[in-house]
Design a protein around this ligand. Structure first.
Ligand code: FAD
Ligand code: 2HG
Ligand code: ZN
Length: 490
């Protein structure tokens, strides 16, 4: 496919035979749990959907998708694969953005969607235990009925799975408030390549008895084992949620607004997101939605508060807005007056990711950059695309637009180069330039999406040789045959 690095199929991995397919069928005990293409009589054309990623940028050639329904089945499948040197690709909701969720060659896809039971919920502590295949939004709806909230939220909530969220250590829209999965996940159940079930599904908030091995699976992207169960601490759902969306004249003013939001909204602040003007125009152009403010601004911010008292919170948010407008930090703003408005303000932020690939293709960079310099790369990148004659309205120009947005409250920028098609000239103009820019500022080339296939070869821009060596030792220890998600991550 268009942006695959030059990799060769590793000949150590066995090619599937019909005997293997039969063995898997015996393990699953249910024909419909396996989807086979070209290896047996029940060929399935549906397999394409499992081979293609969300961006339609990466495409694997798996001929077999297995859908286990229990941890024991996952264990038997992995043991068989390990014994026979069959490479595998763990897969959740397939919403990953770095090409990690689809095979590179013919790796067997182990899709967790059938493991979708909520195992338990403790209404006093807020501890939720789920199968890895539970959809994020389903877990959150379940919690909402009980007055709780899932401590992670992101645009792909309708299809991503909690196991996938854990495997990518997804950050999302409320990390600012609830912190990362490294803190919220209390326990994990995972299956190692040799079939061992790592039973660490504790519900303890504190547990300093030895190395905290589960942390390796959080952000491990399916390279050392398959997550099958997750226990997670969930906070009380705030009855009062308010959202404001405002326009600003400069990035400097966005920083001032963030400073003021922390000062004035303090404990009720639950999100602070930034979107540049071009990202909002792109969103409007791709979705047909009308933007919330009358005039156009070079920058926009979305602020969310979550607290326990509607009147008190609205007053705080309105006072904040009056203040920042009075001080001319913010030029214009709107506060959502009902749930529908609140959703449409959030859509202006959450919809950018999809809008940026609407025109045919997109190069996505997910960067941690010190806050002061965070936006600098967007302006420079835009200039670079223009100077190299790559961007414009004409069909001959591959680049439609360069936009910047993201989790400003966490110093995490999303740089998206929206394209009409995938184009090597664009890729060459961007890489490794983007990574060098980030390295010079001691940032991270992967803040929250992971490495997958897309960032694998660039890990050295954010990690030292020593660190990479230690990581490789971990990989070799857990997965000595290298069957788990090969060609990716390290
Ligand atoms: P997949 O895409 O299926 O897999 C992702 C990786 O995890 C792969 O390497 C896969 O092999 C591995 N994996 C999956 N399940 C398991 C398992 N059970 N055990 C072991 N390994 C497994 N990310 C953010 O951090 N913040 C955001 O705000 C955000 N917003 C997004 C918005 C949109 C519209 C989209 C499409 C994506 C967004 N993402 C975001 C990317 C994010 O990584 C995924 O949405 C999500 O966390 C992946 O979950 P998934 O179930 O789809 O996993
Ligand atoms: C978001 O914050 C996601 O919207 C996706 O992390 C970012 O598509 C992207 O680059
Ligand atoms: Zn994000």
């Amino acid at each position: 496919s268009e942006s695959y690095p030059q990799v060769q199929r590793d000949s150590r991995f066995k090619e599937l035979s019909s005997d293997d397919v039969k063995a898997f069928r015996d393990i699953l005990g249910n024909a419909s749990s396996a989807m086979v293409d070209g290896l047996s009589e029940d060929a399935s054309d549906d397999i394409e959907g499992y081979n293609a990623d969300w961006m339609k940028k990466y495409r694997g050639h798996a001929r077999l998708v297995l859908k286990p329904s229990s941890t024991e089945q996952v264990s038997k499948i992995l043991k068989y694969c390990n014994d026979n040197s069959i490479a595998v690709n763990p897969q959740g909701g397939n919403t990953g953005l770095v090409g990690g969720s689809v095979p590179v060659f013919d790796e067997v896809i182990i899709n967790l969607s059938r493991m979708s039971q909520i195992r338990s919920f403790d209404d006093v502590s807020g501890t939720l235990v789920v199968d890895a295949g539970v959809i994020l939004e389903s877990a959150d709806s379940y919690l909402a009925e009980r007055g709780y909230i899932f401590p992670l939220d992101l645009g792909a909530k309708g299809s991503c799975q909690i196991g996938g969220n854990v495997a990518t250590n997804a950050g999302g829209l409320r990390l600012l408030r609830y912190g990362s999965l490294h803190g919220n996940v209390l326990g994990l159940e995972a299956v190692l390549p040799d079939g061992t079930i790592m039973d660490d599904l504790t519900m303890l908030r504190k547990n300093n008895t030895g190395y905290d091995l589960k942390q390796l699976f959080i952000g491990g992207e399916g390279t050392i084992g398959i997550v099958t169960g997750v226990s997670i601490i969930c906070p009380q759902r705030s009855p009062a949620v308010n959202v404001a969306y405002f326009g600003l004249e400069s990035y400097e003013k966005c920083q001032q607004a963030f400073r003021e939001a922390k000062k004035q909204l303090s404990e009720i602040l639950s999100a602070f997101e930034m979107m540049d003007g071009n990202s909002q125009l792109l969103y409007s152009r791709a979705s047909g939605a009308k933007l919330p403010l009358e005039s156009e601004y070079p920058f926009y911010c979305l602020v969310e508060t979550s607290g326990s008292n509607t009147d008190h919170d609205s007053e705080k948010l309105n006072t904040f807005l009056e203040h920042v407008m009075g001080e001319e930090i913010v030029s214009d703003g709107v506060v959502a007056e009902n749930e529908t408005q609140l959703q449409s303000l959030w859509a202006c932020r959450e919809g950018v990711s999809e809008a940026s690939q609407h025109f045919g293709g997109v190069y996505k960079y997910d960067l941690s950059i010190p806050l002061q310099e965070l936006y600098g790369i967007v302006a420079e990148c835009r200039q670079r695309m223009e100077e190299q004659g790559l961007m414009g309205e004409g069909e001959d120009k591959p680049v439609v637009d360069v936009v910047g947005y993201g989790h400003m409250g966490d110093s995490n920028l999303h740089l998206n180069v929206a394209c009409r098609r995938y184009d090597k000239a664009v890729e060459k103009a961007l890489e490794p330039w983007v990574y060098e820019w980030v390295k010079e500022r001691k940032g991270s080339i992967s803040a929250e999406h992971g490495l997958g296939l897309a960032k694998k070869e660039f890990i050295g821009y954010s990690r030292s040789e020593n660190m990479i060596k230690l990581m490789k030792q971990v990989k070799d220890l857990y997965d000595p045959k290298g069957i788990m998600n090969p060609y990716k991550y390290l």
